[in-house]
Design a protein around this ligand. Structure first.
Ligand code: HT7
Ligand code: ZN
Length: 839
């Protein structure tokens, strides 16, 4: 497939003054009429994109034209400086299983146009730098007809919408279905009234309230934190069951995967509620960072996604606990992005080439893109950050921009030269920061070195700017130096701290001030001191986490370890009632995948079975050491009336952390009782997971299924937890049984992901020595690819770490990948991923 290069970008020679679209909806034969008013701004031909269209008619200024598509492009030459292009095409939404363009979900018409879905709807310059106001007319017998912008008129079988804000085609949306609205209103800071609707299927109304409340909180927050106001008379959100990703920020008409809208205490977990609030916020915040200011080309994707993730992280921090949110975000970053950066799929946040853009909606673009902004904010300070953002919004409103524009705004607002900082956008790989310390006569010298391993296509890695936030803790636990940010700019650099009474312990990388890995020699006693006394909650958690990781790695590689961590947990348990959510994070042992990654990073070959056994043994030991404390906390953390706020969620997370330990001793008795008595899904699912792990789940699983058979979202959980929590030796067989059920509706991305990602997240099962995990997953990826290439390609990244295992496992994974690569007619999406992984 042809590779697209950033260096080849060229401006489009026309501007669009108005895009008019008329839809005659029909499941098998939808007709789309377009009238696009073009005005020349530079020499060049008219190039339009189109895929899978049956073209019925093409005209320029009313005169029919005969133009033959060149592949997926239509080129029309010799045009006047201003003209109207007209087209009539026919498309088949029902046949659209790829969920890209216009498709049907549960009898409802809906669209997904990012990144390049609009070309499946009609001929158009489907590129983000071509922005236009849209006027849309929909003809259909569906009762609710929605598009972007403000409503113009509505009558039986017809609706008209006008979006005055120029937008690229990827933000176009249309929905038509039998829907019900859960509604409210919002008055913006300048006094404009906005109607708010969350549209769901009839009967789902009682489950949409939290999404609507989250939207109001998002609107308030963006006014308060960034001075950003909403700009249309209506904001619509629609929940759909079939969706490749989480949600989509179409202007004024956000479309959401129903799992990120629908929630009640009985059907959704605390984690689901937090995610709903976060993603509602994320899509809403895109209205300014993505929609009003969009990307010039898809290489700039992190311009909108990194910034919007950073904003949604700030939002969640403000709504909930900032410390807990930061730790959770870093855990996600390490699990997904560091993993990506260390393997064959590594790429910079702003890549300079791709084959299939849908393969670049990655942790690097999203999560690392957000971290880079966090570093920028730390380097320039909060006030300068806000000034730079104000300048960004005023300078670039209505434009399609680049990372260079973004950096220029910060340079202009602060006077700083950010040339070196820009490497964070253009270079792949996670820098390794090594620190050595010497203490003599009251002076501490810290010597830092940074190195970044080569990544595909980037053998040389110049030094980056690394903000290193640190503090110093004295031997008695008192802080002797408050948080200080060192700016490292060279490959090696030293910093001195004088006038210290005794050797302090360095609390390094506070708040995770840069997305780097750290190497330093630290005694278990010093780690325990930080876990007990560090004033920075992230660094405190990190100290305990490292202590646990070192112990687990020792055990998984045939040595002994972990005693210091087990001892240090006494303090964590004593403090737990004061901050249950934080304590739950400290009590959670690093997962098998993280242990494997760390072993590989230290140059050894991870053994999935040994890792799994070591982790389970350490849990039993901890449970035995603190049984009474766990039992006391388990009882004390019971919540009376369920409320999905951070306080209640924190108590439940601690309760479930205790349950995980207690289940190692009581064989699942408490879990069984909790499963039977809990009034909320958080505890029911938590209990069910323990029962699966202890092999006592047959009856509870049957009960769960009987209760929730008709609720697809809850049944997704049922499909997910079984391969995830089954003993590694049983998980693949269980996954095969589940896949054979008639309700394994594998064409639905949520259901497919539930089962397949449930298994790949069971580290020892996916990496089973006999290759059965690899074979099962490859088999299903090959089945899905012709139906939904986007989801197949994204899920193929489960294999990205295969090269770190032993040669026998590697050979089995390679063979499974090769079978995928050899599949006749393999999609461009999956072919690109598998080729990169195998390279
Ligand atoms: N900007 C949206 C990305 C997205 C997407 C991309 C490719 C294929 C399907 C998709 N659905 C949504 C969502 C976001 O990040 O906000
Ligand atoms: Zn986004």
């Amino acid at each position: 497939a042809a590779t697209q290069y950033l260096a080849d970008w060229q401006a489009y020679p026309f501007q669009i003054d108005q895009t008019r679209l008329t839809f005659h909806l029909d499941p098998r034969a939808t007709r789309v009429l377009s009238q696009i008013e073009f005005r020349r701004i530079a020499p060049g031909d008219l190039v339009l994109d189109g895929v899978g269209l049956t073209t019925l008619h093409l005209a320029i200024d009313g005169k029919p034209v005969t133009a033959t598509p060149e592949g997926e492009r239509l080129v029309i030459r010799d045009l006047p400086d201003a003209f109207t292009f007209q087209a009539e095409v026919q498309i088949d939404p029902q046949a659209n299983t790829a969920l890209e363009g216009l498709y049907l979900s549960g009898g409802m018409f809906c669209t997904q146009c990012e990144a390049q879905g609009f070309r499946h709807i009609t001929w158009y310059p489907d590129r983000p730098d071509v922005m236009a106001p849209f006027h849309v007319t929909i003809h259909s017998d569906m009762p609710v007809l929605l598009s972007n912008g403000n409503p113009v008129s509505q009558s039986a079988g017809m609706a008209e919408w006008h979006d005055p804000w120029p937008k690229p085609a990827y933000l176009f949306a249309l929905v038509a279905g039998d829907l019900r609205a859960v509604s409210d209103s919002f008055t913006t800071m300048s006094g404009a009234d906005v109607a708010l609707n969350v549209w769901v299927r009839p009967g789902d109304e009682p489950r949409a309230g939290y999404a609507l409340e989250s939207l109001i909180r998002s609107m308030q927050w963006d006014e308060r934190a960034y001075g950003r106001e909403y700009d249309l008379s209506v904001f619509n959100i629609v929940a759909v069951d079939d969706f490749n990703m989480g949600a989509m920020e179409n202007k004024g008409l956000n479309i959401f995967n129903s799992k990120l809208v629908l929630a009640t205490a009985e059907t959704a977990t605390d984690g689901d509620y937090e995610r709903i609030e976060g993603v509602i916020g994320h899509e809403y915040f895109h209205n300014w960072t993505g929609n009003r200011i969009t990307c010039r080309d898809w290489f700039q994707l992190c311009l909108k996604e990194g910034l919007t993730v950073f904003r949604d992280q700030q939002f969640t921090s403000d709504m909930r606990s900032a410390a807990v949110k930061r730790i959770a975000d870093v855990q996600t970053l390490r699990a997904r992005q560091f993993r990506e950066d260390a393997g064959p799929l590594a790429h910079p946040p702003r890549p300079d080439h791709y084959q299939e853009i849908n393969n670049f909606y990655t942790a690097t673009v999203y999560e690392k893109g957000a971290e880079v902004i966090g570093m920028l904010k730390r380097l320039v300070g909060d006030d300068a950050y806000r000034a730079a953002l104000d300048l960004y919004f005023s300078r670039h409103d209505g434009q399609a921009c680049t990372i260079e524009d973004w950096i220029a705004v910060f340079q202009d607002a602060t006077g700083r030269d950010l040339t070196q900082f820009k490497l964070w956008y253009t270079d792949a790989g996670t820098p390794r920061l090594t620190m050595t310390e010497t203490f003599t006569d009251g002076t501490l010298v810290l010597d830092f070195a940074q190195t970044t391993a080569p990544t595909p296509g980037q053998p040389e890695k110049p030094a980056r700017v690394i903000p290193i936030a640190l503090g110093l803790i004295g031997p008695n636990g008192d802080q002797v130096l408050d948080t200080t940010v060192l700016e490292m700019t060279d490959a090696t650099q030293s910093f001195r701290f004088d006038g210290l009474g005794a050797r302090p312990v360095v609390s390094l990388l506070r708040g995770f001030s840069a997305p780097v890995t750290v190497t330093r020699q630290m005694s278990p006693a010093d780690q325990a001191l930080l876990l007990a006394h560090d004033t920075d909650p992230f660094a405190r958690w990190q100290a305990g986490h490292d202590l646990a990781l070192d112990g687990l790695i020792a055990r998984a590689t045939g040595a002994t370890g972990g005693a210091e961590f087990i001892r240090a947990l006494a303090g964590v348990l004593d403090d737990a009632p004061a901050d249950p959510a934080f304590a739950a994070l400290c009590l959670a042992l690093p997962g098998d995948e993280e242990i494997a990654t760390t072993i590989a990073t230290r140059g050894a070959v991870p053994d999935p079975d040994a890792i799994h056994a070591a982790r389970r043994a350490m849990m039993t030991e901890i449970a035995t050491a603190y049984e009474a404390q766990f039992a006391g906390l388990y009882d004390a953390m019971a919540t009376e009336t369920y409320h999905p706020d951070a306080k209640g969620a924190g108590r439940r997370s601690l309760r479930l952390a205790c349950l995980a330990y207690l289940s190692r001793l009581d064989g699942g008795d408490r879990a069984q009782h909790l499963f039977a008595s809990a009034d909320n899904m958080t505890e029911r699912q938590g209990a069910l997971e323990q029962l699966i792990a202890t092999g006592r789940a047959a009856q509870p699983l049957a009960e769960f299924e009987a209760q929730f058979r008709d609720n697809r979202l809850v049944m997704d959980k049922w499909f997910m937890v079984q391969p995830l929590r089954a003993a590694p030796g049983d998980a693949v067989a269980r996954a095969r049984e589940l896949a054979a059920r008639p309700d394994f509706d594998w064409k639905n991305p949520n259901r497919f992901r539930a089962l397949i990602a449930g298994l790949t997240a069971n580290h020892a099962a996916f990496h089973a020595a006999d290759g059965s995990g690899y074979d099962f997953v490859a088999e299903w990826l090959m089945k899905l690819d012709p139906v939904n290439a986007q989801t197949t390609a994204r899920m193929s990244s489960a294999f990205e770490t295969f090269a770190r295992y032993d040669t026998a496992r590697q050979a089995k994974a390679r063979a499974a990948l090769q079978r995928i690569a050899d599949l006749p007619g393999l999609s461009r999406n999956t072919a690109e991923m598998v080729t990169r992984i195998l390279a």
